[in-house]
Design a protein around this ligand. Structure first.
Ligand code: C5P
Length: 344
């Protein structure tokens, strides 16, 4: 899947889906400060696109010595909403993989003003890696957008840098980057425990249709867990009804079984979300639930056509509303398009 583009070096491309939590139970706090979870993850058809390129003199990107001099740069088209520096999960993933694979001297350059059409002037002397990230998953929305970018980065750079790590190796590496990263590498449907990183694949028949309702302002995951600490108690609700609905391809049963213990905690921080959820149910959603730590709300519909109608009916209430389906597979390498302006 690697593609040599004469003027821009060697490129790979990965698209990575966001995730839904069909069930999220918080069992309590752990000694490490995280929360013990039982959750059912499902990958959903909202994708971030990542292109990873090795910029340098023709042919030298293949040379191991050139790899040791790589640098990471990051492009995105979402303004300042994405963490720009060391906090960016894609950059952290690149560092973690570089460390695991013995790529030395990996420095991060934040060069937002640069463009693909005008690569770094000293690239001939010092090859480097470029991450070109196009965001579509809500930012700070509870759909693991940052974790999907980390997963995409691990998959892309594992190929570009020829590290030859397995998907299981990448999942283990992903745990250090964020609790949702291992699932974002796996995709599909999974039952997760612990921090959310211990995964077991779950049988899911059929396809489910969602209306994804984004709030304008992001919510911090840590703040929502903090609110849970102050206002909520552990409970023992089990995900059995969700798992059965998935096995039976039963959207109505799934709608009734959707559950998220973080909802109450997020509603304390954003009281308006409660009314928004009510609006989705009043417009005929089979079920509605906060996505992860929110503030994105998800409404389940019986078909794609019904989802589109519901999306139109509630659009006025949200910053952005879209229709998506689940489950979908995890991040995969896909063919790289050659057009230079496509890379911006
Ligand atoms: O693992 P990650 O960095 O994505 O988690 C972000 C924050 O969410 C953590 O700092 C923690 O406050 C909270 N969290 C938690 N328990 C989990 C997952 C996340 O408390 N199982």
């Amino acid at each position: 899947m690697r593609r040599e583009l004469p003027e821009h070096g060697l490129w790979v491309q990965v698209r990575a889906p966001g995730k839904l939590n069909l069930f999220l139970g918080v069992r309590g706090t752990r000694p490490d400060g995280y929360h013990e979870l039982v959750t059912v993850f499902q990958a959903v058809s909202l994708y971030d696109q990542l292109r990873a390129g090795l910029i340098g003199p023709p042919g030298q990107g293949h040379h191991p010595a050139a790899r040791r001099r790589m640098r990471v740069r990051l492009w995105h088209d979402s303004g300042d909403a994405i963490p720009g520096a060391e906090d960016n999960l894609a950059v952290r993933a690149a560092r973690a993989l570089g460390h695991a694979a013995g790529v030395m001297d990996l420095a991060y350059l934040d060069e937002r003003a640069a463009t693909m059409a005008q690569p770094d002037v000293d690239s001939a002397a010092s090859p480097y890696t470029v991450l070109d990230l196009r965001k579509r998953i809500p930012i700070g929305g509870g759909m693991a957008g940052g974790s999907a970018d980390a997963a995409a980065t691990l998959v892309a750079l594992n190929d570009l840098w020829r590290c030859q790590l397995t998907r299981l190796d990448l999942r283990r590496l992903g745990e250090q980057i964020g609790s949702d990263v291992p699932f974002c590498i796996a995709g599909g449907t999974a039952l997760a425990t612990g921090r959310g990183t211990s995964l077991a694949q779950v049988l899911c028949r059929g396809t489910f249709h969602w209306v994804v309702c984004e709030a304008g302002e992001p919510l911090s995951t840590a703040a929502v867990y903090g609110s849970w600490d102050r206002h909520c108690r552990p409970n023992e609700i089990e995900p059995d009804a969700v798992l059965q609905a998935l096995r039976n391809s039963d959207a109505e049963a799934l709608g009734a079984a959707l559950h998220n213990d973080l909802e109450a905690a997020a509603f304390v921080l954003r009281p308006g979300l409660r009314d928004s959820k009510r609006l989705l149910l009043d417009h005929g959603a089979l079920g509605a639930v906060l996505s992860g730590s929110g503030p994105t709300l998800l409404a389940l519909a019986e078909s794609e056509a019904v989802a589109s109608g519901l999306a139109d009916a509630v659009r006025h209430r949200f910053a952005r509303v879209s229709v998506a389906r689940s489950p979908v597979g995890g991040p995969e390498l896909c063919p790289v398009l050659p057009a230079a302006d496509e890379l911006r």
